[in-house]
Design a binder for this molecule. Structure first.
Ligand code: ZN
Ligand code: ZN
Length: 459
C-alpha cells in the first residue's frame, strides 16, 4: 500500500525516447517514405537519363532535400541520351503457319532498324558459350537468347545475355538480337534494360521479348525454321548535361568523415520506376528528413546522394567517384538502396575484419523490424562500385526481393505493387543503420583492395 501511494504521489516522468525509438517510430507511423514515393511517381513520372522527366526528378530531389538544414547541391554529369520509338515484331506467316505478333521492347543502347524494319531467320542459343559454338549459323540471322530465369538470384546468372549477348552476336554477323525478358513472372510484359555496345564496334537492333513469346519462339523453332520481322525506331542522341543531387548533414564531431547514403534518380521509361529506383530515392530523402529532425546531429557527416544515370551508363556514380576522389579516403561507409520496396531482412557489410563486431551493438533496435542480424553476403550497389578501388566500406539493409523481378524494368513498375508496411519498415531500418554508422565511436575497418575484375552492376 505504501508503494502504491508513493507512486501516485510522484508520477514517473516520461522517459526521453532514445534516438532509435524516435527514428523507428517516426518512420513507421508517418509512412513518410511512401508519401515521398507517391509524390515522386505521380508528379514526376518516368526519369530516363536526358529526358524531361529526369530533369524534373533532379528538381524534385533538390526541392525535397532543401529546407532541412542540409547543404544541397547539384553536381554536373554528362549522360547518354537514348530514346525509344516504334517497336514492332512478328513471326512471319509461312507454310502451315499463321503470323504471330511478338510482345517486345527495345533494349537501352540499341540502334533502330532501317525504315520498314528487317526480316531474317531466327537462331536460338541459351548461353554466350553456345553462341560461339553456333557461330557459323549466326551470320545474317536474328539471334534469340533464351534462358530459364525463375528466381531473383538468376538475374546475375542470366543478366549477361542481355548486357553482352547482342554485341557478341553482332561480332558474328547477326542482324538483330532478341533476349528473353529477365523476369520472375510475366503477364506478357517485356522487361527492358541496358545492352552494352562498345564505342566503335558494330551495333545491331536488340530487344527484349516477353517470357510468353520466348516460349512461343522456342516451340516453333522445335518444328522448323522461324522467320521474324522486326522494326525498332529507337535512337541515340548526343550526350546531355544532367546532375547528381548531393546533400550533406554536417557531423557534430567529425564533419570531414562521410557516411554516404545513395539511390538512383533515373529510371527506365516504360513506367514510373516506383521500385527501380523511386523506392530507393524516397528512402534516402526520408532518412535525410528523419536524421535532420533529431535534436542532435550524428558525430559524422551523412551525405545523401541521388545518382543520375545508373540504368544506362553509370555516369553519375563514375563522375561522383572522380569529382570526390580526394574525399574517398574519408568516406567511412557507403550504402545504396536499389532493390525495390520489400521488407528488411538483415544487414550486410563489405568491410575489413572485425566490422561486424564493431557494429553489433547497434543491431538490437532492428530486431523488431525483422532485420536484427548480419547476413552472410557482401554489401554492394552499382552506384557504389566506382568507390570500391578506394576501399570504402559498404553496408546494406538487405531487402526481400521475392517479387522485385516480377515487375523490374517493365511497364508494371508502378506504385500499387509497393506494400506500405514493408516499405515503412525498411525506411525505419535504413534511418537507424545510417545513424549507427554516423554516430558509432569508431569507424568500420576498410576492406582489402578489390580484385581488378571490372565494376559490379545490378542494373
Ligand atoms: Zn536500379
Ligand atoms: Zn534498373
Amino acid at each position: 500500500m505504501v508503494v502504491a501511494i508513493a507512486l501516485e504521489a510522484t508520477p514517473v516522468p516520461q522517459a526521453t525516447p532514445s534516438v532509435a525509438e524516435t527514428l523507428i517510430s517516426s518512420a513507421q507511423e508517418s509512412h513518410g517514405a511512401f508519401t515521398l514515393l507517391t509524390d515522386l511517381v505521380d508528379t514526376v513520372g518516368s526519369r530516363l537519363s536526358g529526358s524531361d522527366g529526369a530533369a524534373a526528378g533532379v528538381a524534385w530531389g533538390v526541392q525535397h532535400l532543401s529546407g532541412l538544414g542540409l547543404e544541397v547541391s547539384k553536381e554536373s554529369v554528362l549522360v547518354p541520351v537514348w530514346v525509344r520509338g516504334l517497336e514492332q515484331a512478328e513471326v512471319v506467316a509461312g507454310k502451315g503457319r499463321r503470323a504471330h505478333p511478338l510482345a517486345l521492347t527495345a533494349l537501352g543502347g540499341s540502334p533502330g532498324t532501317r525504315r520498314g524494319g528487317l526480316e531474317a531467320d531466327v537462331v536460338e542459343v541459351d548461353s554466350l558459350a553456345e553462341l560461339q559454338e553456333r557461330a557459323p549459323s549466326v551470320r545474317g540471322r536474328i539471334v534469340f537468347f533464351n534462358h530459364g530465369m525463375a528466381v531473383p538470384q538468376d538475374y546475375r546468372r542470366f543478366g549477361q545475355l542481355r548486357t553482352k549477348g547482342p554485341a557478341a552476336a553482332a561480332k558474328l554477323g547477326a542482324v538483330a538480337a532478341l533476349v528473353r525478358s529477365l523476369a520472375t513472372a510475366s503477364m506478357r510484359s517485356p522487361h527492358t534494360g541496358q545492352t552494352d555496345f562498345k564505342p566503335g564496334e558494330v551495333a545491331i537492333p536488340a530487344a527484349a521479348i516477353s517470357v510468353e513469346d520466348a516460349e512461343l519462339l522456342h516451340r516453333l523453332l522445335a518444328t522448323g525454321p522461324v522467320r521474324v520481322h522486326l522494326a525498332l525506331g529507337c535512337r541515340i542522341l548526343p550526350d546531355a548535361r544532367s546532375s547528381n543531387v548531393v546533400a550533406d548533414l554536417r557531423g557534430r564531431e567529425h564533419p570531414d568523415e562521410i557516411v554516404l547514403l545513395g539511390a538512383h534518380l533515373d529510371s527506365w521509361d516504360l513506367a514510373v520506376g516506383a521500385q527501380d529506383d523511386g523506392a530507393g530515392v524516397a528512402l534516402v530523402v526520408e532518412a535525410a528528413r528523419l536524421l535532420a529532425a533529431l535534436p542532435e546531429r550524428p558525430r559524422r557527416t551523412v551525405r545523401f546522394v541521388l545518382f543520375m544515370n545508373e540504368e544506362n551508363g553509370l555516369r553519375g556514380a563514375k563522375t561522383y567517384a572522380i569529382d570526390h576522389a580526394s574525399e574517398l579516403p574519408h568516406h567511412v561507409a557507403a550504402m545504396e538502396l536499389d532493390a525495390g520496396a520489400g521488407r528488411p531482412l538483415g544487414v550486410a557489410l563489405k568491410a575489413g575484419a572485425g566490422a561486424q563486431a564493431l557494429l553489433e551493438t547497434w543491431l538490437p533496435p532492428l530486431v523488431k523490424l525483422g532485420a536484427g542480424s548480419f547476413l552472410e553476403e557482401d554489401a554492394q550497389g552499382a552506384d557504389l562500385s566506382p568507390m570500391a578501388a578506394a576501399q570504402v566500406p559498404f553496408a546494406s539493409v538487405v531487402q526481400d526481393t521475392t517479387h522485385y523481378f516480377d515487375i523490374h524494368h517493365s511497364a508494371a513498375d508502378t506504385l500499387d505493387k509497393v506494400d506500405l508496411d514493408a516499405f515503412s519498415r525498411t525506411s525505419a531500418a535504413v534511418a537507424w543503420l545510417t545513424y549507427a554508422l554516423a554516430d558509432s565511436e569508431s569507424v568500420l575497418p576498410r576492406p582489402p583492395p578489390p580484385v581488378p575484375a571490372g565494376t559490379s552492376s545490378a542494373r
